[in-house]
Design a protein around this ligand. Structure first.
Ligand code: SF4
Length: 344
């Protein structure tokens, strides 16, 4: 019998899959407690449960399917890049971002990324498949086990476009936000998209109310198609409109992500145009901010990072237009864990 990944199951599915076993409601609670609160990694550790039940669980399920095959820690800021191997021998990455009293994990939602952004290492990596819900949440559990730290923030900004893996994304959001499972606050969960408009609306209507990050990276549709080849075909104004819908529906926060590439999208004219587009789409609000991301060098790319002065200038123009803008300090740049660097 092929064992099932227990982390793939919702609580209801877990109850159903154990319906032939005599199990009481409180024991389901105990199982969830061992998995998500106590972070057990073998069924043997479920010490307050009957041995027979532990054996049954072990016969039916696996608790861990991912193997950490490489771990690199930044000497600059302690950011750690994990390379995981799946049951079918595929590799992908997650990044642990330590902070004072608040640790986050940047999780992957797919193995490789079919969007193929030309400035991103994941986009240059062969795309294999979606990660299952279990494989998504297991990244956080494995990192918590390995670091012995609690994770209180999750960013869907690793490998992959989360909107292409909708069911597993939403089931993992259920798990991350559930008080009985990870118990992470909705303001500490960010879902990113390159601008899949129907997805943004669907996610807004689902009312998870997590943060949303829209990867814009250009103010010109033609240029944007070159930077993000498989970008779902929506115009910038439609993407920003969807962002506005998200804000109205969720009362959450929105970030517009903008990678600055030298002589490409970093001019003062681009900054003014971005401000104008945001104003026209009612996104000059206290809930919206622009993240300016210095381009991080990757293999097989001729792009150059913008100078620090240019980034500052870009930010000042946005500020002058009442837009909150933050320059994202690259984390883990010395180990290839910064934005856009998660590839082989
Ligand atoms: S930036 Fe995001 S969407 Fe684009 S290729 Fe990289 S992982 Fe995929």
């Amino acid at each position: 019998m092929v064992k099932q990944h227990i982390l793939d199951l919702t609580k209801i599915q877990l109850i159903n899959s154990l319906k032939n076993v005599i199990i009481k409601e409180y024991q389901i609670g105990q199982i969830l407690d061992w998995i998500y609160i106590k972070k057990a990694y073998t069924f043997e550790q479920f010490s307050n449960m009957h041995k027979e039940l532990r054996i049954t669980l072990d016969r039916k399920f696996v608790l861990r399917t991912l193997k950490i095959i490489k771990k690199e820690k930044s000497l600059i800021d302690g950011t750690t890049r994990y390379a995981f191997q799946t049951y079918d021998k595929k590799r992908f990455f997650a990044v642990f971002l330590p902070g004072k009293g608040h640790n986050s994990v940047c999780v992957s939602s797919q193995i490789g990324c079919p969007i193929s952004c030309v400035f991103c290492s994941s986009g240059k990596t062969k795309y294999y498949r979606n990660l299952s819900k279990g494989e998504i949440v297991e990244q956080v559990l494995q990192i918590e086990n390995d670091t012995n730290e609690r994770v209180s923030g999750v960013l869907f900004m690793g490998m992959g476009e989360p909107s292409l893996n909708f069911d597993n994304l939403t089931q993992s959001l259920d798990s991350f936000l559930s008080k009985k499972e990870f118990g992470i606050g909705k303001r500490h969960v960010t879902v990113s998209s390159v601008g899949n408009v129907p997805f943004v609306k669907k996610l807004a209507d689902k009312k998870y109310n997590s943060r949303l990050a829209l990867s814009l990276h250009s103010v010109d549709d033609k240029q944007r198609r070159k930077l993000i080849p498989n970008n779902f075909g929506f115009d910038i104004k439609d993407i920003l409109k969807a962002g506005n819908y998200y804000l109205k529906k969720t009362n959450s926060r929105l970030t517009v992500e903008y990678v600055l590439i030298k002589d490409m999208n970093d001019s003062s004219a681009c900054a003014h145009k971005l401000a104008r587009l945001m104003r026209q789409n009612h996104l000059v609000t206290p809930q919206t901010q622009v993240n300016l991301i210095p381009f991080n060098p990757i293999n097989k790319s001729d792009f150059q990072p913008t100078s620090f002065e240019n980034i500052e200038k870009f930010k000042i123009i946005l500020k002058f237009n009442a837009i909150t803008a933050t320059i994202r300090k690259p984390k883990g740049i010395d180990i290839g864990a910064a934005c856009g660097q998660l590839g082989y």
